[in-house]
Design a protein around this ligand. Structure first.
Ligand code: NDP
Ligand code: A1CAB
Length: 262
């Protein structure tokens, strides 16, 4: 059975591990505080180990700490790294070249994955890219891990910052949009929890409509907008308030931040 080690047992690692079949992978975990990690290990059907033990025993080492912490963690663990271990980083802002430099081994197999928080319900939309030293077996195992918590898209590394913005961070923006619609519902007299459920269902179905129909989103906007009707009044108001430009600016700010996170 392949051994997968996770370093940093926070929101993302917890969500990913919870989605994995324990009969398929042996899971080792290492956090910052060992007693906390031991409790998490019980909940996640994993083994709590030291960082040294994790690196020496694991086939795949998933780096799931914050990007600001990752350089220190990777520098520390590099003393135990051998070329049969594959590093898998889910950190924003650190490229394969950055990770190679930190690992201090020229031929280290390294994979970058950008998942999102919807991994918690098995519905992440993740991107993956690898360097030239990754074996087919390690690449397939990594794809399997992230397919267990959603879909996986192979993309060029140059597009990672963009993907991180439109799929990694965008759940936050979508939650904001849902909350704004629900809050407007409250303004007009609906209870917040009911309004939030109504909006979330509508957003879910609208996304499904785009995926299932294959129609262009703008042609769907036109389908909803009756001449002289209610919807077009809202569509015009959104555009008068720069809805599209505002969203694009937010994505551009996110892309720029990802590129300059180090
Ligand atoms: N959150 C998201 O939506 C997404 C996050 N990511 C990426 O995933 C990574 C993890 O993010 P997320 O799960 O949100 O962050 P969290 O803060 O929830 O998890 C990070 C974990 O790392 C632990 N940690 C800190 N220092 C060390 C150390 N030296 N050794 C071992 N563990 C340590 C922290 O412990 P403690 O809390 O005790 O300090 C914490 O449990 C980041 O690199 C982020 O860029 C990618 C896509 C989406
Ligand atoms: O905010 C962040 O840095 C991470 C990366 C993608 C989503 N959250």
């Amino acid at each position: 059975m392949q051994k997968i080690g996770f370093i940093g047992i926070g929101k993302m690692a917890t969500a990913i591990i919870a989605g994995l079949d324990p009969t398929r992978f042996e899971i080792l975990i290492s956090g910052r505080d060992f007693s906390k990690t031991q409790k998490q290990a019980q909940e996640l059907s994993a083994q709590a180990v030291t960082q040294h033990e994790l690196v020496t025993k694991s086939d795949l080492i998933v780096l799931a700490v914050k990007p600001q912490v990752l350089p220190k963690v990777l520098t520390e663990l590099s003393v135990d790294l051998t070329s049969d271990k594959t590093l898998v980083s889910i950190a924003a802002g650190l490229t394969l070249a950055d990770l190679t430099e930190l690992a201090q081994t020229a031929h280290q197999p390294i994979i970058r994955v950008m998942p999102n928080i919807n991994a918690q319900i098995g519905q992440s939309t993740s991107a993956i890219v690898k360097n030239d030293f990754v074996t087919d077996q390690a690449y397939q195992a990594t794809q399997e891990i992230f397919q267990a918590v959603g879909s996986v898209h192979e993309i060029a590394e140059k597009d990672f910052s963009t993907f991180a913005a439109i799929a990694g961070s965008s759940p936050a923006f979508i939650y904001m949009f849902i909350d704004a619609l629900a809050r407007a519902g409250v303004l007009h007299g609906l209870p917040k929890d009911k309004a939030t459920k109504i909006v979330a269902e509508t957003v879910q179905a609208s996304a499904e409509m785009i995926l299932q129909s294959g129609e262009n989103p703008w042609s769907l906007v036109d389908k909803v907008s009756s001449p002289g009707g209610t919807t077009v009044a809202g569509v015009v108001s959104l555009e008068q308030n720069h809805f599209i430009g505002t969203v694009i600016d937010a994505i551009t700010a996110t892309v720029e931040k990802e590129k300059n996170l180090k």
